[in-house]
Write a protein that binds this ligand. Structure first.
Ligand code: AMP
Length: 189
């Protein structure tokens, strides 16, 4: 988890590669469908460009389908899902157990700068200033409360997301390994 621009997508693929599991990004799945002009892409384009959340009905189904594929049998990393409390329940009810929730912490001023820079480099249509503002608001209102939910479940691993990309990846892997071996220790005891 992390606010828009925190580096979720970049770190998710790198971390998943380290643990040899697929990184599943709902945002990427939507962007790919838009690029290919699929019916799903047509349906979600406007809402995505506005910086709002795609409906839970659509998103939950996509994630459930993706997690049931063979390559997810021994683990997965979700990037950008769940994003609201309803999606947390949907993931629980689908029987998918979460081992850890990584939260990338980045200063809010830095976030805006990162997003505006990404808009220039990648040309993402949801990286304009109005949309960025909406996405920040959606994150604060809908997604941030999930941090408490997962903290209460003892699953939250907060990691400093500032600095070079490699540095952040190393930090995440180190803290995640420590967290997971700590939990395993508790289970063994
Ligand atoms: P991201 O790449 O994670 O920043 O997602 C980009 C956009 O895709 C979001 O602003 C939403 O419009 C949509 N999206 C991605 N994940 C979800 C989700 N879990 N629920 C609803 N909409 C999502």
């Amino acid at each position: 988890m992390g606010a828009p621009g925190a580096g979720k997508g970049t770190q998710a693929s790198r971390i998943a590669a380290r643990y040899d599991i697929p990184a599943i990004s709902t945002g990427s799945i939507f962007r790919q469908n838009i690029a290919e002009g699929t019916p799903l892409g047509v349906k979600v384009k406007e809402i995505m460009d506005a910086g709002k959340l795609v409906s839970d009905e659509i998103t939950d189904q996509i994630v459930a389908d993706r997690l049931s594929q063979d390559d997810c049998a021994s683990g997965w990393l979700l990037d950008g899902y769940p994003r609201n409390l309803h999606q947390v329940s949907a993931l629980d009810e689908a029987g998918h157990q979460v081992d850890a929730v990584i939260s990338l912490l980045v200063d809010e001023e830095d976030l805006i700068q990162r997003l505006l820079k990404r808009a220039e480099i990648e040309g993402r249509s949801d990286d304009n200033e109005d949309t960025i503002r909406t996405r920040m608001q959606v994150y604060t209102a809908e997604t941030e409360p999930l941090l408490q939910t997962y903290a209460e479940r003892g699953l939250l691993v907060e990691v400093d997301g500032e600095g070079e990309i490699d540095e952040v990846t190393e930090r995440v892997v180190r803290e995640l390994d420590a967290f997971l071996s700590g939990n395993r220790g508790e289970l063994d005891a």
